[in-house]
Design a protein around this ligand. Structure first.
Ligand SMILES: Cc1cc2nc3c(=O)[nH]c(=O)nc-3n(C[C@H](O)[C@H](O)[C@H](O)COP(=O)(O)OP(=O)(O)OC[C@H]3O[C@@H](n4cnc5c(N)ncnc54)[C@H](O)[C@@H]3O)c2cc1C
Ligand code: SF4
Length: 491
């Protein structure tokens, strides 16, 4: 059976609505009042972009919503997206001292959302470029979170920036790939407008390597930032993988972001192969779009799954099912369409190796199979664009701490370099590389001031909270006058 839309427009809209609605202004103030405004706050260190969390929360508590939004966007130009998609329990909220007092952490993500929503809904211009330009030009390849983080910071440092993306709209996975009920394209594009207002030029629908060559770019610019993200999903390498109803998770999710929700085709019985966060996004959205059964098939046990625990809980709440210790060995077909999956039970030995249990095979009916085994690095593309660029064994870009690649005028960041982390890491890497590019463009050594040490909270590696936002001194007085606050954002 071929795939078909399953919900009316009203049903789809309700089903894909945001899970956590925005705070009202009053609710936000009540939550903000719980903050202890710690000296040397651990939440700042745990945020990869180093947002001064107590500072923006204090501004919310005193009713200065615009000031709060400005503190956030200056440190993180994708503060509205991050407020919705950051795994806060592993980052800022996981570091909140309230946990040490056996109390709930401050809802930093939701407060951040309240302040950034205020800026977007009132269309305030909170990011500014210096009046005097540096005369240097930079090309950014890829308008995802890393490219945008870099472009915004470079523009705020006075450089002319042009961003290329092969997709029709900027934002990368923020606009096309993250679960719709967390982040809509409208929010992603709304905050990109703040970066456009900085004077950053976007050339979307332009693929570097096909529509414009790196050689052509190099004639026009002084440095390049590469942020092309990751590539296609790893193949299942099993018979039947080429059937029409076997799709990649990212292609399925992209349809949700580019078509009306009630026009997105989905199966009645959907199997999602893999158990990372992408798999969870795929299975929950299939279920929310009307699949009767949406099932994760994972070759290891629940304890081994890479998905965050809160994502797992969400999928269970949505009614998704889980087949652990189960390996797909073939996609079964009927008249050229997916009819089921041949599955085998597995056992994981103490060294972590997965072995199939002989004689355990069975066929389970499915009409759609979504591949979510993780994305491959784009080693082929990178070698074509930059034949002299050094790559790691994994196929990601080899780089120095500040993002400089083996080609001195080429810098990098985001998934293409880190192999796939979170939006906030991509933004932080873009911003950090922009600072290094600024030094490079000024003829200074690329290595910058020593960054704050990384910290661990409850055994998890945390963000670096490495620096404070760039301030443009000539605009300080203007800001203060507008906000009516006597000091800078960090008070
Ligand atoms: C399904 C899914 C769900 C996720 N959910 C979350 C989440 O809930 N929270 C979270 O924090 N993170 C999440 N992530 C991770 C997050 O989306 C990524 O870490 C982040 O988007 C990486 O940013 P990037 O800029 O490096 O790459 P991308 O966002 O992939 O952007 C790369 C951009 O480069 C462009 N490009 C590629 N090649 C070229 C070329 N030759 N010329 C021009 N442009 C090019 C692409 O079109 C794309 O726009 C998720 C990822 C996936 C796949
Ligand atoms: S980790 Fe994310 S939600 Fe937390 S302060 Fe940083 S950007 Fe905001």
């Amino acid at each position: 059976m071929s795939l078909t839309p399953r919900l009316t427009a009203e049903q789809a809209k309700a089903s894909m609505a945001e899970i956590e609605p925005a705070y009202t202004r009053q609710e936000a103030q009540v939550e903000a009042d719980r903050c202890l405004y710690c000296f040397d706050a651990p939440c700042i260190m745990a945020c990869p972009t180093g947002i001064d969390v107590p500072a923006f929360i204090k501004k919310i508590a005193t009713g200065n919503m615009a000031g709060a939004g400005r503190v956030i966007f200056e440190a993180n130009p994708l503060g509205a997206s991050c407020a919705r998609v950051c795994p806060t329990s592993a980052l800022c909220e996981g570091a909140c001292v309230m946990l040490d007092r056996d109390q709930k952490p401050i809802k930093i993500g939701r407060l951040q959302r309240t302040a950034t929503d205020h800026i977007l809904s009132t269309k305030q211009r909170v990011l500014h470029a210096p009046a005097r330009a540096s005369g240097k030009r930079v090309a950014v390849i890829g308008a995802g979170p890393a490219g945008l983080g870099c472009a915004a910071e470079l523009a705020r440092l006075g450089h002319a920036v042009v961003v290329f993306d092969k997709k029709p709209k900027p934002g990368g996975l923020n606009t096309y790939g993250i679960a719709y009920y967390k982040l809509t394209p409208a929010v992603s594009l709304g905050e990109i407008k703040l970066i456009e207002d900085l004077g950053v030029e976007f050339r979307c629908g332009t693929e570097v390597g096909a529509d414009v060559t790196v050689k052509q770019l190099e004639k026009d610019v002084d440095a390049i930032f590469v942020a092309v993200g990751l590539g296609r999903t790893y193949a299942l390498k099993i018979p039947g993988e080429d059937l029409p109803e076997v799709v990649e998770a990212l292609d399925f999710i992209e349809q949700i972001h580019t078509k009306p929700l009630h026009r997105v085709p989905v199966g009645a019985r959907v199997a999602v192969i893999g158990c990372g966060n992408t798999a969870i996004d795929a299975v929950t959205q299939a279920k929310r779009l009307g699949a009767e059964h949406a099932v994760i098939v994972y070759r290891r046990g629940a304890a081994d799954m890479p998905a965050y625990p809160y994502e797992y809980e969400l999928a269970k709440r949505d009614g998704c099912e889980f087949m652990f210790n189960t390996l797909p060995v073939a996609v079964e077909s009927h008249k050229g369409h997916v009819a089921g999956l041949k599955l085998a039970r597995t056992r994981v030995d103490p060294e972590g190796k997965v072995a199939v249990i002989p004689g355990s095979e069975c066929v389970v009916p499915f009409d759609m199979v979504i591949k979510a085994l993780g994305q491959e690095p784009q080693a082929g593309l990178l070698k074509t664009l930059f034949p002299k660029m050094k790559l790691t064994k994994a196929g990601t870009i080899a780089r120095k701490a500040d993002g400089q690649t083996s080609i001195p005028h080429v810098f990098c960041g985001g998934d293409a370099a880190n192999g796939g982390r979170e939006v906030v890491n991509a933004v932080a890497e873009g911003k950090k590389a922009a600072r290094a590019m600024h030094r490079f463009l000024g003829g200074q050594p690329v290595e910058g001031p020593v960054q704050a040490t990384r910290m661990g909270v409850r055994g998890k590696p945390m963000g670096s909270g490495f620096d404070r936002p760039v301030r443009v001194p000539e605009l300080e007085a203007e800001y203060r006058a507008k906000e009516g606050t006597p000091t800078a954002a960090t008070t």
